[in-house]
Design a protein around this ligand. Structure first.
Ligand SMILES: [Zn+2]
Length: 440
């Protein structure tokens, strides 16, 4: 990395400057590479200076302790934080901010961390704390989330498994639960007080993951997550305020530095691990094999990438003649689906609900006009209201309860489609949640 930073990298004859933007790790790895005490140590929070409290394990009850700074880290002033006798982390030689450039990774912290913890507490939390929801409610929750699988858009590779398989759930399944299926399913399962606490978590993370909301709602998300952590102690016990739960209060600082959560999460690396695994032909000497595969790729060389325009990338597929069409539309070609660089839309359930002019709409037909203009024929939901009103009106974050399709076809240009919704049924109505996360 030192060589890359000073000399750059030669690629197709051009020198590419290399900058270390940030280091993405899970919590134990972050402590290891920074040479600091782990999250179970008294000075274990890598973002604030509070002294943890021993309650059978180390907990971090404060949400407003003074923050650590890069300068303090370099001076190694806090003996409770730095590992004794091992010297400075090699990363310090790269002149990288040892606090600010090591963001928290939400894949581990939020999805595999707090979301999993909540589910475990509801299913098998300690007896004596009124957070267990009972086996009937667990079965109901499991039934609801599996019944949603046919409503989940193509962007999700895993559509939601039963809670019986929770030990095998992947980070993407916890993400699906937290951001989409959970808020809807849990409204029928949790007590109002537990549900309201979950909504603080859901709304806070939704604000931080959305490229648009994270620009304006970052401080608000911080307030929500602090409140979530405070209430978490009351509802689930003070001894539950372990590092993962506490660290949520620092997440919005990273969003201010690096943009929405997907900009600096481990999801991209996790999915690329699959590619690396495919490079292995035998179980022996895996590293050597991977390096060999990479060198083979390089010697073959990459074909020059042809510059493609946005329109060329927008592929209409599956021609048909079934309609529906508007009156007077004759010389047009009809398609069932389209893939653009940003969105996949089809006429099928799961992939047909979109935002047009801030209305929740169902795509009925995709049309290529005779002048080559791409258009969408759609119906909109007439009744659109808030799904929840705590901690804010859900419409402020683009989440709606909708019903009653207009039965009146309208047409608009494809470019007026803003985003896709995950549309889930609930009590003869639907809940529309904007598709927010970026698939890596
Ligand atoms: Zn902290």
């Amino acid at each position: 990395m030192k060589t890359l930073q000073t000399e750059g990298m030669i690629y197709h004859g051009a020198t590419i400057k290399v900058i270390l933007a940030c280091v993405i790790c899970d919590t134990p790895a972050r402590a290891f590479v920074k040479r600091v005490k782990g999250h179970s140590g008294y000075g274990g929070c890598d973002r604030c200076t509070q002294n943890g409290e021993w309650l059978g394990k180390i907990i971090f009850p404060e949400t407003d302790a003074p923050l650590r700074t890069d300068v303090q880290f370099d001076e190694m002033t806090d003996d409770e934080h730095h590992l004794p006798g091992v010297g400075k982390s090699p990363f310090t030689q790269l002149s990288v901010g040892m606090v600010s450039r090591f963001p928290l990774d939400y894949m581990h912290l939020v999805c595999l961390g707090v979301t999993k913890k909540l589910l475990m507490l509801w299913m098998k939390g300690p007896v004596g704390i009124k957070c267990r929801i009972g086996s009937t409610a667990v079965n109901l929750l499991s039934e609801i989330i599996t019944s949603y699988s046919s409503y989940i858009p193509r962007e999700f590779h895993r559509k939601g498994r039963s809670l019986r398989d929770i030990d095998r759930w992947k980070a993407t399944e916890y993400r699906l639960f937290l951001l989409y299926t959970g808020p809807v399913a849990l409204s029928s399962v949790l007590s109002p007080v537990l549900y309201r606490n979950f909504l603080l978590f859901f709304t806070g993370i939704t604000c931080l993951i959305s490229p648009k909301l994270s620009r304006y709602f970052c401080d608000y998300a911080q307030e929500l997550l602090c409140l979530f952590v405070h209430n978490f102690a009351d509802l689930y016990g003070r001894d539950m305020l372990v590092y993962n739960v506490h660290a949520l209060v620092h997440l919005s600082d990273d969003v201010k530095n690096f943009g929405p959560l997907d900009n600096f999460s481990a999801f991209a690396f996790e999915s690329y691990l699959g590619e690396i695994k495919k490079m292995l032909r035998t179980p022996n000497q895996p590293l050597q094999q991977v390096i060999r595969r990479f060198s083979e790729k390089q010697s073959v060389g990459h074909p020059q990438r042809r510059k493609t325009t946005r329109t060329e990338n927008e592929n209409l597929r599956c021609k048909h003649t079934d309609g529906p069409l508007l009156r007077g539309m004759d010389a047009v070609t009809q398609y069932k689906e389209i893939q653009t660089p940003d969105i996949f839309i089809s006429r099928s359930r799961g992939d047909n609900c979109v935002n047009i002019n801030d209305e929740v709409c169902i795509n009925r037909n995709l049309i290529l006009q005779s002048d080559n203009e791409k258009t969408v024929i759609y119906e909109k939901f007439i009744d659109k209201k808030d799904f929840f009103t705590y901690p804010l009106s859900s419409s402020n974050i683009g989440v709606y309860k909708v019903s009653q399709l207009s039965r009146h076809l309208e047409i608009t240009l494809l470019r007026n489609v803003k985003n896709k919704y995950v549309l889930l049924p609930k009590d003869n109505e639907y809940i529309a949640l904007p598709l927010l996360h970026r698939e890596n």
